[in-house]
Design a protein around this ligand. Sequence first.
Ligand code: BES
Ligand code: MN
Ligand code: MN
Length: 451
Amino acid sequence: MTYFQQHQSDFLEGLKTFLRIPSISTLSEHKPDIRRAAEFARDELLHAGMTSAELIEGNGNPLVYAEWLAAPGKPTVLFYGHYDVQPADPLDEWKSPPFEPTVRGNDIFARGAVDDKGQVYLQIKAVESLLKTTGKLPVNVKFLLEGEEETGGEHIEEYVKTRPPRLKADAAVVCDTEMFAPELPTICVGLRGMVYAELFVEGASHDLHSGVYGGAAPNPIQAIAEILCALKDREGHLLIPGFYDRVVPPSQKERAAWATLPFDEKEYTEKEMGARALVGEPEIPLFERTWARPTLEVHGIRGGFTGEGAKTVIPARAVAKISTRLVADQRPDEAIQQLRAAVSAACPNGVTAELKVLHTGAPSLTNPDNPFIHAAAAAMKEIFGKETVYIRSGGSIPIVGVFDQYLGIPSVMMGFGLPDDNLHAPNEKFHLPNFYRGIEAVARYLEILGE
Ligand code: BES
Ligand code: MN
Ligand code: MN
């Protein structure tokens, strides 16, 4: 019996311990939990047999760095993941508490189960299984984990941009994406970037009676609605001048491959999303809309009266949280300028509109014809028993673009999430067979790389 088989239940218990730490990066009261999660990851890396593991302290949440470099002449891979998680609200929609990991059927439910603690943990357990079985690793391995991914924190980027010698590697391995469908091994080769911003709109100096002043007073919430409608039309086309100029359309080959993916649009719409209909640019195929086109979303609007009953008020100010997703070769800095210009052009009379950017991330697109990606596809195929598919994703993992630009390395995105894992939502889960196969696939990947 192998170490992996002997320790499956220990792996599950360890994962539960990790998931019990509410390391929510966006809420400052969880700072101590952030630190505990970082320390837990460091201790697990040491327990796995990494030569060294430490916290790198800076202005933000600690990075976790570990290395094992005793395979001279072999390639070096840099594992990346994040130990921070999204907030758990709305709490009353969880069937079991978000930080009390609970196994139901073949799934483990908890905030961070799949995004990304479960996938960080499976990387560590893959390395541990190899080290405890053979006393060594087939290639050189480094880990760099962060605790600000879910808030767009840029401290890891600042660190990587200084090109620290210890980060030298031949490829990064990122387990923070999804499989296209259950049982279908998947490598993600493209991610969207983003600009996340708050739109502050101010009208009168104080709230006004809507009967007395309605018809004369500017309304900041109405203004937000008008600005949003000026940024995106009813069919989902962005109206921001210049925004599409750098958008690279997918190749014929990529389009053809996407068209053969097993997909049921009705099930996606009604079951997975629980929606009535799909929206977005009608002339663009669905995967291209979500993977290869820029989009704009409004996440929340704060202002005015939202309490019980009726209050006839014209609010003095309002704020909208908005973001736009970017695709290759759009540049975040240029996108901000374009967005600012479009907002000021759309700002109606009588109000001011100010855009405050919270964070940005570049899009990324990796050429799959690369030995590190081929080896990952082969390892996943062996473990899942099916040909690996290549997809892109509409989500963002900003560090991938930074690895490419500053370290000159490709990122191998082998993810083990499933489309119904409820990332960022209540009842987030990780399918346990994928947790275990993820461990095997990553271990096998390192073996293939070492051959
Ligand atoms: N792991 C996700 C991104 C993701 C999800 C990639 C599904 C592929 C498939 C990541 O943790 C995430 O949520 N990123 C944020 C961006 C961040 C800058 C706030 C996102 O995409 O909204
Ligand atoms: Mn993630
Ligand atoms: Mn996330």
